[in-house]
Design a protein around this ligand. Structure first.
Ligand SMILES: Cc1ncc(COP(=O)(O)O)c(C=O)c1O
Ligand SMILES: N[C@@H](CCOP(=O)(O)O)C(=O)O
Length: 465
C-alpha cells in the first residue's frame, strides 16, 4: 500500500513513512493510493468478532507489509486492553431507530483514544532501533491533547508539544493535559483559537529549516494512521446492527472532519452506509460547505462544545481530493489559504451530497438532545454527542427501518456544567481518571506566533542526529 499526497508534490510513502511523517512535505494530506475493499461475505464474516479481531481485519490492508498480522494484533491488544469496557466501543439503544456508539471508554474519556492509543504504539514500534527522535507537534481544542499525551508520555525518543487555545477548553480537558508529569511532554497555551493553533502546526511543518532540524510528526487527524484506526468502529457497529444485509446511517459531531471522513472510508471499503450526517455547532463551516457550497472561514465562536469550535476542517481536503478523481488540490487549497474562502464546484457538491448531509445545531438544540437522552433512555450524554444526536433526530429522508447511530465522542463528565444545566444531573468522573483536581498543572503561555513556538520547541526537542 502506497500513500499519496492530496497536493501531488510530495513523494509517495509506505505506511511506516506516512505514519512517521504525519503531514506531507507539500502541505497536503496522505491518503492510500487506492481503497481496499471488503466483499459482502467478508463484511458478514466480521459479525461476532471481537473489537481487536475486527481492527486487524479492517486495518491490515492499509498497513501492508509494514507490520505482520501478528504484530498488528499485538499492538491492537495492547491499545484496546486499556479500555474500561469489554466491548471497547459499545452500542446503546435509545429508541426504535436511534443508537449511541460510545467511543469514550479509553484512558482519557474521548473517541481520540481509539486511534491515539494505537498511534503511540506504532510510533514506538517504527522508531525502535532506528536511533531517530520524533518531535510531535499537535493542536488541540480539548481532546486530542490529552489522548496524545497519554499515548506517548514517557516513551523514549519522542517529545510532544501540544498547543491548546488558552481559556477555551474545559477545566477537565486542560487538567488532563497539564497535570501529566513526564519529561517528554510540553503543553503550550496559545493566545488564540484552535484554528490558529492548527495553522501554526502546519506552518512549522512547512518551515523547511525547522523541519530539517527536527524529525516532525503529527498526532492530529492530518496523520492518516489516526483515521485508519477510526474506520474500525464503523464496521464494528454496523455489523452488530445487521450490515451488510441492512444499511446503517451515522450522525457524527464534527469539527476537523476526521471522524466523519473515517465513515466515508468505511463506505468506500464496501460498508453499506446509508448516510453520514455531519453535525456542527454554530461554528458551521462544514454545514455551509455541504448545504450551500460555501467553504469560508468565519471567526471561531466559543461554545459549550469546545472541541468542535473549529472553522477550518483539515480533512475536508481529503474528501475533495477523492471526489475530484484524485487530481491535485494544490491550486484550490492555495487559493483557500490566501483568501480563507472557497466555493465548492458543482461536481464536488453533487459528489458529497450522495453520502453526506449536514445540520447546524445551536445551544438550545444541544440542550434539548441532552434532556431527551436522559428522559427517554436514562443516558447522560456529553454536549458534543448531543450535537450529533440532535442532528440525527432531525435528519430527513432516512427509512425508519434504518438504524441511525450517533457517535458519542466524549464522556459526559468532561463537561459537567453543561450536562447539569440541561439535565439537572452532574456526571461524575470515572475513578480511573484519579485525583485530577488535586494535581499540579504545568504549561507555558505563548503568543500565537510561529517564532515564539519554534524557539520554545527548539530549546527542548532533540535535533536530528
Ligand atoms: C468530543 C469531540 N467530538 C467531536 C469532535 C470532532 O471530531 P472531528 O474533529 O474528527 O470532526 C471532537 C474533536 O475532534 C471532539 O473532541
Ligand atoms: N477536536 C479536536 C481538535 C483536533 O482534531 P483532530 O481530530 O484533528 O486531532 C480536539 O479535541 O483536540
Amino acid at each position: 500500500m502506497r500513500y499519496i499526497s492530496t497536493r501531488g508534490r510530495a513523494p509517495a510513502l509506505d505506511f511506516r513513512g506516512a505514519t512517521l511523517a504525519g503531514l506531507a512535505s507539500d502541505g497536503g494530506l496522505y491518503l492510500p493510493d487506492a481503497w481496499p475493499t471488503l466483499s459482502q461475505d467478508e463484511i458478514a464474516g466480521l459479525g461476532g468478532l471481537s473489537y481487536v479481531d475486527t481492527a486487524v481485519a479492517v486495518m491490515a490492508p492499509f498497513v501492508g507489509d509494514a507490520l505482520t498480522r501478528e504484530e498488528l494484533r499485538d499492538l491492537c491488544e495492547h491499545a484496546y486492553g486499556r479500555f474500561a469496557h469489554d466491548a471497547v466501543t459499545p452500542l446503546v439503544q435509545l429508541d426504535h431507530q436511534h443508537w449511541l456508539l460510545e467511543l469514550f471508554h479509553g484512558p482519557t474519556l474521548a473517541f481520540k483514544d481509539v486511534a491515539l492509543q494505537l498511534l503511540g504504539l506504532l510510533f514506538e514500534k517504527f522508531l525502535h532501533g532506528s536511533g531517530d527522535h520524533l518531535t510531535i507537534i499537535g493542536a488541540t481544542s480539548g481532546d486530542t491533547g490529552s489522548a496524545a499525551i497519554d499515548a506517548v508520555a514517557g516513551r523514549e525518543g519522542i517529545h510532544i508539544f501540544m498547543l491548546h487555545p488558552a481559556g477555551r477548553v474545559s477545566d477537565v480537558q486542560r487538567r488532563q493535559m497539564t497535570t501529566v508529569r513526564a519529561p517528554n511532554v510540553h503543553n503550550i497555551a496559545i493566545e488564540g483559537d484552535f484554528d490558529q493553533a492548527q495553522a501554526l502546526v502546519k506552518a512549522m511543518f512547512a518551515d523547511s529549516d525547522f523541519a530539517g532540524r527536527f524529525r516532525l510528526s503529527a498526532v492530529n487527524s492530518i496523520n492518516w494512521a489516526r483515521l485508519m484506526a477510526q474506520v474500525v468502529y464503523y464496521f464494528h457497529a454496523a455489523v452488530r446492527l445487521g450490515a451488510p444485509h441492512r444499511p446503517v446511517a451515522f450522525s457524527v459531531p464534527t469539527g476537523n472532519f476526521g471522524d466523519v471522513f473515517a465513515g466515508y472510508v468505511a463506505s468506500r471499503m464496501g460498508l453499506p452506509v446509508e448516510r453520514l450526517i455531519v453535525a456542527t455547532n454554530v461554528n458551521d463551516i462544514l454545514h455551509r460547505a455541504l448545504s450551500e457550497g460555501d467553504y469560508s472561514q468565519g471567526s471561531v465562536v466559543p461554545t459549550a462544545t469546545p472541541s468542535m469550535d473549529i472553522q477550518v476542517s483539515s480533512n475536508f481536503e481529503r474528501l475533495l481530493f477523492d471526489l475530484g478523481g484524485r487530481t491535485s488540490l494544490a491550486d484550490q487549497m492555495a487559493g483557500f489559504e490566501a483568501t480563507r474562502a472557497m466555493r465548492l464546484t458543482n461536481s464536488q457538491r453533487e459528489g458529497a451530497a450522495r453520502l453526506f448531509s449536514s445540520a447546524r445545531i445551536d445551544a438550545d438544540g444541544m440542550a434539548r438532545a441532552m434532556a431527551w437522552a436522559c428522559e427517554r433512555a436514562g443516558q447522560l450524554i456529553d454536549p458534543h454527542s448531543a450535537i450529533g444526536l440532535a442532528a440525527a433526530r432531525e435528519a430527513a429522508g432516512i427509512d425508519p427501518a434504518t438504524p441511525i447511530v450517533t457517535l458519542a465522542t466524549a464522556h459526559p463528565a468532561k463537561f459537567p456544567d453543561a450536562v447539569e444545566r440541561a439535565t439537572g444531573q452532574r456526571p461524575r468522573l470515572p475513578s480511573r481518571i484519579g485525583n485530577l483536581f488535586d494535581r499540579e498543572e504545568s504549561y507555558a503561555t505563548l503568543p500565537a506566533e510561529i517564532g515564539a513556538i519554534e524557539a520554545f520547541v527548539a530549546e527542548r526537542a532533540t535535533p536530528r542526529g
